[in-house]
Design a protein around this ligand. Sequence first.
Ligand SMILES: Nc1ncnc2c1ncn2[C@@H]1O[C@H](COP(=O)(O)OP(=O)(O)OP(=O)(O)O)[C@@H](O)[C@H]1O
Ligand SMILES: [Mg+2]
Length: 227
Amino acid sequence: MSKKILELRNVRHSYQMGQKTIDILKGVNFVLDQGEWCCIYGASGSGKTTLLNLIGGLEIPQSGKITVCGEVPAEMSGNQAAAFRASRIGFIFQSYHLLPELTVLENVTLAGTIAGQSFHAARKKAMQLLSTVGLEHRIAHRPMELSGGEQQRTAIARSLINDPALLLADEPTGNLDPDTGSEILKLFQSLRQADPSRTILMITHNLDIAALASRTADLKNGILSNR
Ligand SMILES: Nc1ncnc2c1ncn2[C@@H]1O[C@H](COP(=O)(O)OP(=O)(O)OP(=O)(O)O)[C@@H](O)[C@H]1O
Ligand SMILES: [Mg+2]
């Protein structure tokens, strides 16, 4: 039987702008099983990033329930939830979000030590992952000294350091030229080939990526529906 990695039940979220409440998510129901790679489509402003931030715990939903690997981070204490997310969820952002003062190797290693790995183990794993993403010759560079594609590959290595059960990616090729975008696409493909149990939820406008995914879903009018 397939294992449920992610479940959303009636998730609602709105933003308050002065007197006005803007409803963004209006009752999202969604299940993702282990090994699925789902791409989410939706117009700009439809709430895709909001949805990913809620799943990744960067924001708390106003109502509804988000279950990750059978556990509900919103019901844990702050520290417990942070530790749970750090070890179970990998996050890839459109704008990379690397720490500018740290080197490539330090950026990736830190994500491992924050989740409880020893420095030695995290550093070794970081070296392996950076080599997988083709950056072994750039480990001493700081993010400013990298191209966009290299920064995104660093962010992908960082997202994998704790072997997350769930990988969330918010337009990972959105800021890249088409050639660099297809390099990242190939990287995701090879990650999946190396480990087909990897579960990925990705926002993308890139049709080449979406064509490789096992499923697509549309976010429209605050509701997420399978295609
Ligand atoms: N902190 C906030 N306060 C108020 N409104 C917000 C806030 N964050 C997002 N919004 C609004 O919520 C809506 C959804 O934003 P979101 O970033 O989730 O969209 P998106 O689907 O990711 O769009 P894009 O494709 O452009 O990245 C937008 O209309 C945005 O203006
Ligand atoms: Mg967005």
